[in-house]
Design a protein around this ligand. Sequence first.
Ligand SMILES: NC(=O)C1=CN([C@@H]2O[C@H](COP(=O)(O)OP(=O)(O)OC[C@H]3O[C@@H](n4cnc5c(N)ncnc54)[C@H](OP(=O)(O)O)[C@@H]3O)[C@@H](O)[C@H]2O)C=CC1
Ligand SMILES: CC(=O)N[C@@H](CCC(=O)OP(=O)(O)O)C(=O)O
Length: 344
Amino acid sequence: MKIGIIGATGYGGLELIRLLHNHQEVEKIKLFTSSDEGAIFSQKYSHLKKLYDQPLEKIDIDTLAELDVVFTSTPSGVSSKLLPPLLNGKTKFIDLSGDFRLKNLEDYEKWYKKEPAPSDAVEQSIYGLSEWNKEAIKEANLIANPGCYPTAVLLSLLPLLKEDLIHSDGLVIDAKSGISGAGNKPSMMTHFSETNENTAIYKIHEHQHIPEIEQAMKMFANSNSPITFTTTLVPMTRGILATSYAQITSEITEEQLYNCLVKQYQSNPFVRIIKETAKFGTNQVYGSNFCDIHVKVDARTGKATIVSVIDNLVKGAAGQAIQNMNIQFGFDETAGLMQVPLYI
Ligand SMILES: NC(=O)C1=CN([C@@H]2O[C@H](COP(=O)(O)OP(=O)(O)OC[C@H]3O[C@@H](n4cnc5c(N)ncnc54)[C@H](OP(=O)(O)O)[C@@H]3O)[C@@H](O)[C@H]2O)C=CC1
Ligand SMILES: CC(=O)N[C@@H](CCC(=O)OP(=O)(O)O)C(=O)O
């Protein structure tokens, strides 16, 4: 496999390189830049010395068209312009940004405040929630890799919504993320002195992942309710913990919710349903492609608390993108991805 990474210098790109490095099917990785053509990659990132001492290349349409698969790990508004002219060639594309996820172009404009991708490109894109869209992913030329928060939220809620074990009405989702979720460009949001010793809620009711979660709830669980979704930055580098609060449908027990999740994911290597646990946190998936899910019912309120954790850069971005490549090309789904989490 000859692979290209656009946005190789960013956090998602670096994580793609780390994971693809040990992938048996990968022969060559070309690294592209929009801002530093010719720079030796390992001089920018010393941890890659003796591994990637190659120059960064200019993004060139003809070079991209020669590759088997190209990952675009770029800010929103980039791949929507770059990829459409390339979509009918032999190269397959996996986009980590939000540019091709939302089928309703007005939603993209409203939530991302940017011009949407051309409608025919959006139409042919396949939503890459690996565990839920495998058949379509196998045939895809363009995969819209899910957002980090939607991955954590959807994997935990879809089975329960699909089986009508929880009500979609009144669903409240409170998600927390490490700072690397915001990429490598520092800002007032992510500056050390703003994030250290601080926990801050942001984009209240305005987060761009709201329409993505609602779209997928409709697509995979036939659920039409609007969600309440909030996001909080916590002072750590990696990890997402998403907690959802849902009213259970009558007479449903905790055991039934647990069994539903186990059944849904029994043949999926990266989703683990955790039953008894004194604590449940992001370190149990750190650096890995796992999504762990835990569910508890509060008999007093009739509500279920459903919690999931992922590493935003792995299952929430590069790991899921490689899992999708594996599915697309008929490789073992776990190829390059069975890291033991870095617990401590
Ligand atoms: N961080 C995360 O946890 C997750 C991120 N995502 C999404 O993935 C994408 C990448 O995220 P992340 O890696 O964190 O972002 P970063 O900001 O860390 O990196 C983005 C990279 O894109 C490149 N880039 C910037 N502008 C352009 C352009 N006009 N054309 C081509 N390349 C460009 C830059 O590299 P250079 O200057 O060398 O070209 C930059 O290093 C984003 O859309 C993000 O929202 C999705 C899930 C999780
Ligand atoms: C911590 C943090 O700032 N996270 C980012 C996630 C960005 C992202 O992944 O955005 P797209 O999926 O839309 O590309 C945020 O909340 O906007």
